[in-house]
Design a protein around this ligand. Structure first.
Ligand SMILES: Nc1ncnc2c1ncn2[C@@H]1O[C@H](COP(=O)(O)OP(=O)(O)O)[C@@H](O)[C@H]1O
Ligand SMILES: [Mg+2]
Length: 326
């Protein structure tokens, strides 16, 4: 059974200056019960907007969706009871303790005080939060705070949990901890729909991902399936600025083992059959012209390569330039 089903879900924002942004262009997807499903894409791709529509927090401009078996347009109240949502920024009151925060959350969901207290203790134990649960949130580390955000998202035992960038901005240990808890929740029976721009995490932890770019899905499937679409290997070569990368590309394109090339910044990505055999030939080709790459890397395709092949841009690069813009 699909726990989420969408058909051409679309969102256009228009502001006072009449400037409209088509943030989500018509997304159609199905998420199965019991999956960890990831929306993967650069900043501004429309991930948060998609998620907020599915959580009933934003009204779609057009399109259809059902979530946990209910219609998004007409049964939002039913949906809200059965889902949990942890926003990108989280929503904890910083001058209260973590326990007080999720206690309030539990009561907002209609639990009695006794019921709520019991459930809060259960969640605190489950997520191993008791060491700092009774301290004010303002004293928490980023990771501690994020796990408490998770706690508040599951206080009413939702069957479907939405997590918007659960591990963004955390140090590696805290990221691992957050993921460990997400996997734990999944094992306990919760379906997880999350957004991330960490490729490796999506690859390792999501059963299926939809790669989104500029409001559209550009690829959908299991990470293994998506990577298999790029049969063969990838050679990534870095060059000094004085090397004319376009010329190098044209030169390499002539070699029959080369299926495709993409330029990303100052590096050239070469999609080849049998990388271990192609690499020495390519280096020889370059050396004959007196060109020496500064770096060379031979690898199996990653989700970034999938994105690069489909959009002509690297996800990592889009990320880096988005950060510069901020
Ligand atoms: N409330 C809003 N009003 C106008 N534009 C918005 C609003 N929210 C998001 N956008 C725009 O929609 C696009 C998608 O944003 P978002 O869904 O937040 O992307 P992501 O979560 O993938 O980074 C961006 O261009 C963003 O600026
Ligand atoms: Mg976002």
């Amino acid at each position: 059974m699909s726990i989420i089903h969408t058909e051409k879900l679309r969102k256009v924002f228009s502001n006072k200056e009449e400037r409209t942004v088509e943030a989500v262009k018509g997304i159609s997807l199905d998420v199965q019960q019991g999956e960890i499903f990831g929306l993967l894409g650069p900043n501004g791709a429309g991930k948060t907007t998609t998620m907020r529509m599915l959580c009933t927090l934003l009204t779609p401009t057009s399109g259809l969706a059902s979530v946990v078996g209910f219609d998004l347009h007409t049964q939002s109240k039913e949906i809200r009871k059965r889902i949990g949502y942890v926003s990108q920024k989280g929503g904890m009151e910083i001058v209260a303790t973590g326990r007080e925060n999720i206690m309030l959350q539990a009561q907002l969901y209609g639990m009695s005080k006794t019921e709520a207290a019991q459930r809060v203790t259960e969640v605190i134990d489950r997520l191993r939060l008791s060491n700092f649960a009774d301290r004010k949130v303002i004293t928490y580390s980023g990771g501690q705070r994020r796990i408490f955000d998770l706690a508040s998202g599951i206080i009413h035992t939702p069957e479907l949990l939405f997590l918007d960038e659960p591990s963004t901005g955390l140090d590696p240990q805290s990221r691992a901890r957050v993921w460990e808890e997400v996997v734990g929740l999944h094992k306990a029976g919760t379906t997880i729909f999350l957004t991330t721009h960490y490729l490796e995490e999506a690859d390792a932890l999501c059963h299926r991902v939809a790669i989104v770019d500029q409001g559209d899905i550009v690829a959908l499937g299991s990470p293994a399936e998506l990577k298999r679409q790029i049969a063969g290997d990838i050679i990534v070569m870095g060059f000094d600025a004085e090397n004319k990368i376009e010329e190098i590309r044209n030169l390499i394109n002539k070699y029959e083992r080369v299926k495709e090339t993409q330029i990303a910044d100052t590096s050239l990505h070469v999609f080849v059959d049998k990388g271990d055999q192609a690499l020495p030939v390519i280096i020889q080709l370059l050396n004959q012209r007196g060109i020496t790459p500064t770096t060379i890397q031979l690898s199996r395709p990653s989700l970034d390569d999938v994105f690069l092949k489909l959009t002509g841009r690297s996800l990592r690069e889009s990320e880096a330039s988005a950060k510069k813009d901020r």
